[in-house]
Write a protein that binds this ligand. Structure first.
Ligand code: ADP
Ligand code: ZN
Ligand code: ZN
Length: 739
């Protein structure tokens, strides 16, 4: 045993480091931060990341355990990534060990070697002969040996089936030492001479201005917000900036929202470049993810494209970071480490001294505010690149008009006219299922979820009631569970009901539904879109899945069935989200000859935010919404942190939060924290969810520094509170959803 102390971050929620004693053998190695070390932890073993090497520990010598094994000869994570993780852990007040386990590929956390995949190769041994008597009566082995002997350099294991080689036969040949198995490192693909696989489009004036602005920021940290309407050609600007980056010998990191994962987006990057592209998204398996991560780290990938967590991909020569659809909600992680990938991307760009470009047709109010205050350069593109015209918006007041499955009479006529003219219609309704509630007309019973304070949605086609909050479902009842009468009525409309009704109203035209229920099969979405692209008059009904990525040139009418939810929700971000959705959906429509029309059904036709949005556009809406936020002291003019708690027994979560609140008040008095308000504790808007009672305490601060000073001291106390052990609690810094 040595006297060298290893201070490790372990994958645990405990916000502290753990000391272990290095073995004599370990102590002789050069030990650097980032190396992985296997250690005993309770009755288990864990893999920790070395943070520092010390000479002494506060742990008494007889309690100090010895580390088990050093897993890396050098640190697998470069210092820049380590630094980003340190910053992240501190900012989000999260354990460093747990932060690292969110940031690193699964296989690295599990102890896999940090090397690019080792491919196994099958090869005939030097003295193998086809007439070996041991295979004289084994035709399949003989055949396999023959095939293999035609490949003197061996055959990669992954190619066996392509060559018709059967693994069992090879195993038998291996046992007879007629073939051998060799492990080789995959050779890295080499850089290309010519980056472009496809000619670039000549940029129009707006695109050129945006492109030049970002390019002049190359080589050091600069942040830009590219606010360009849908179809203005933002992607073309990204592509040309990436080409510049590659020509400068650097790498580009592109983050895309989860919902944009469609092959269309990725294909545009792959078709444009002769480049090594590393993909890191949810459809990539653990091994591919590790290989992509390593390739990026070692400079063997030129472009890194991925969703939220790809932000933590190390790069050898970072040159540019792009965040597409920067307003998208999927950049915020809602569990464990509650980070915002867009916000962290700015930190990363700053740390690595590279430019960053945030793009969106509907920028978040946060980013617009940063552009107004000069922190980001604002680049506007107001015209569609292909020449298509912007759609026109119409508010349709549906007060006192009967709604037939959510569709008013005038809307029905407009849909009919569009179809008659040979064009397509897009009907947007952000609610899956047939109807949001089932109601007994005799006794007033409603389909409440037994585990949540919410109603279960009617899914007619699959014959179930399903809770969209906890996933609980049960058979659709034939009689009222309370009074046994049969007059059960679905109330309100979801996409399934709208689809059904539209099929009845317009029997001569195809009606296609796009939502999570209809597209759960892998190619359902693809088939749907090919049908649409063919262009015959038809109706598309769907949820926000329709709002992203795809362009439907034949759609000339977009119908928003219900815009009201976003206008009277308790969540202060609801109107921003509604506006973004409406504008994004509207952006799918329209073409050169004919501007699209967007009909917004509402009961609040005079609501100022809706008037601004529909008459003057998203940016006018955003100004109005920002000034409301300013007067209400809400983000981006204030900073929030939300302490959430939930427990099986009612009152328990509030009990903990009450104590937490007193502790915070005391700390505030001690620290003289100015401009911090404690709001709550209050029950969460949906108090019971999945069988747990939930409550929350909101901290609202006019400045960030005192807020962070408070919460770092506060969490130390919360971690010690006995009442905290009976509840599940978490702190969300910069929460996006206040539920
Ligand atoms: P955005 O990403 O802003 O929604 P896209 O990059 O998808 O816009 O561009 C919309 C359409 O305009 C695409 O079909 C694209 O090929 C076309 N386009 C983009 N830039 C140009 C250009 N400079 N000249 C002609 N067409 C362009
Ligand atoms: Zn009843
Ligand atoms: Zn439920």
């Amino acid at each position: 045993m040595s006297d060298v102390i290893l201070r490790l971050a372990l994958p645990s929620p405990l916000r502290r480091l753990f000391d272990y004693r290095a073995t004599a053998a370990m102590a002789r190695q050069p030990l650097t931060p980032g190396m992985r070390i296997r250690v005993p932890f309770g009755r288990r073993e864990m893999i920790g990341i070395l943070v520092e090497v010390c000479a002494t520990s506060e742990v008494p010598a007889d309690k100090l355990k010895a580390a088990i094994a050093l897993l890396d000869p050098t640190s697998p994570l470069p210092p820049a990534l380590f630094k980003l993780c340190l910053w992240t852990a501190q900012y989000y007040q999260h354990s460093l060990g747990d932060t690292l386990s969110w940031a690193l590929p699964v296989l690295l956390r599990q102890g896999e070697a940090a090397e690019i995949r080792q491919e196994r190769f099958w090869q005939v041994t030097a003295d193998a002969r086809l007439d070996d008597p041991r295979i004289a009566r084994a035709p399949r082995q003989r055949e396999a040996l023959q095939t293999l002997s035609q490949h003197p350099h061996g055959v990669a294991h992954s190619l066996l089936s392509k060559l018709g080689l059967n693994k069992d036969s090879l195993d038998l040949l291996l046992a007879k030492q007629l073939v051998q198995l060799e492990v080789r490192r995959q050779r890295p693909a080499t850089r290309h001479e010519h980056w472009l696989a496809q000619p670039e489009l000549p940029l129009n004036d707006e695109q050129r201005a945006a492109f030049e602005a970002v390019r002049s920021g190359f080589g050091s940290f600069h942040a830009f917000l590219l606010a360009g309407v849908t179809g203005s050609g933002k992607t073309e600007v990204y592509l040309q900036l990436i080409r510049e980056t590659l020509e400068a010998g650097k790498q580009a990191l592109v983050l895309i929202p989860e919902i944009n994962l469609g092959p269309q987006t990725l294909a545009r990057f792959e078709q444009r470049f002769n480049a090594r592209i590393a993909l890191l998204h949810s459809a990539v398996n653990d091994r591919e993810r590790l290989d992509a991560w390593l390739a990026a780290r070692d400079g063997e990938a030129d472009i890194i494209i991925g969703t939220r967590s790809a932000l933590f991909t190390p790069m050898k020569n970072p040159g540019l970071i792009i965040i597409d659809e920067e307003h998208d909600g999927s950049y915020k992680q809602q569990e464990g480490l509650r980070y915002h990938a867009r916000d962290l991307a700015l930190v990363r760009a700053h740390q690595e001294n590279v430019p960053i470009l945030l793009g969106s047709a509907t920028p978040s109010l946060e980013s617009l505010h940063n552009a107004h205050t000069g922190r980001y350069g604002l680049l506007r593109m107001n015209h569609r690149a292909g020449g298509a015209k912007q759609p026109r918006f119409l508010r349709l007041d549906v007060r006192s008009r009967p709604l037939d499955s959510g569709i008013s009479g005038p809307l029905q006529q407009a849909i009919g006219k569009t179809l008659e003219a040979g064009q397509q219609v897009l009907v947007f309704l952000n609610r899956r299922g047939f109807a949001p509630t089932l109601l007994c007309h005799d006794c007033g019973w409603m389909s409440g979820c037994p585990r949540c304070d919410a109603r279960m949605t009617v899914h007619q086609r699959s014959g179930v009631l399903r809770c969209h909050h906890c996933g609980y479902d049960e058979r659709l009842p034939l009689r009222c569970p309370k009074c046994a009468h049969v007059d059960l009525r679905p109330v309100g409309a979801g996409t399934e009901r709208a689809e059904e009704r539209l099929k009845v109203l317009f029997p001569d035209f195809p009606v296609l539904r796009v939502d999570r229920d209809s597209t759960s099969r892998k190619d359902a979405m693809h088939n749907l879109f090919t049908t649409i692209q063919r262009g015959q008059p038809s109706i598309l009904v769907g949820t926000q899945m329709l709002a992203k990525g795809h362009h439907f040139p034949r759609v000339t009418l977009v119908a928003i069935l219900d815009a009201d939810g976003g206008l009277f929700s308790g969540d202060f971000r609801a109107s921003e989200r509604m506006a973004q959705l409406i504008v994004q959906v509207a952006g799918r429509a329209g073409r050169a000859e004919e501007p699209g029309k967007v009909i917004v059904q509402t009961h609040l036709a005079e609501h100022p935010l809706l008037v601004q949005l529909t008459e003057e556009g998203y940016f006018a809406f955003a100004e109005q919404a920002l000034s409301e936020r300013r007067s209400a002291g809400l983000p981006p003019f204030a900073h929030l942190a939300l302490l959430r708690a939930e427990a099986h027994k009612p009152g328990q979560a509030e009990g903990f939060l009450d104590e937490a609140c007193s502790a915070a008040e005391r700390l505030l008095a001690e620290q003289g924290g100015q401009g911090i308000e404690l709001l709550g504790p209050v029950p969460a808007p949906m108090e019971r969810r999945a069988g747990r009672f939930r409550a929350q305490l909101l901290l609202q601060a006019s400045a960030r520094a005192p807020l962070h000073r408070l919460i770092s001291a506060w969490l130390l106390e919360l971690e010690q509170m006995p009442s905290g052990r009976q509840v599940r609690w978490s702190l969300d810094v910069d929460p996006v959803d206040l539920y």
